[in-house]
Design a binder for this molecule. Structure first.
Ligand code: ZN
Length: 105
């Protein structure tokens, strides 16, 4: 079942990590498109998040919470990991890519 359309692969991986904390399995659709298309920045590619229908309701609850947090955090900005230079959402304390602790200077 389609759960959510992430604006980019960073967001997709962030939500995937969020769901895994709740033992919800997420499948990402579209993350490999960049390989096929080529030349398009991976950030520009939307990613569909798929979830098993048995877990859809639970997953939607988490998504709603995530979106509310996003709205409450509009003044905060994404931070760039000092270790691997990946962009992370402000709600994230650890880098989604390498688990480096946020160190905003
Ligand atoms: Zn990192």
């Amino acid at each position: 079942m389609k759960l959510y359309k992430a604006a980019n692969s960073n967001e997709a991986y962030f939500i995937k990590g969020l769901m895994e904390e709740y033992k919800i399995k997420i499948k990402l659709l579209g993350e490999n498109l960049s390989v096929a298309i080529g030349g398009i920045p991976i950030e520009a590619i939307q990613v569909d998040l798929l979830v098993h229908k048995d877990q859809l309701n639970k997953a939607k609850t988490i998504i709603n919470k995530y979106e509310n947090e996003l709205k409450n955090n509009t003044t905060k900005k994404n931070w760039i990991c000092s270790h691997c230079s990946n962009s992370n959402p402000p709600t994230f304390d650890l880098c989604w890519n390498c688990n480096q602790l946020s160190s905003i200077e």
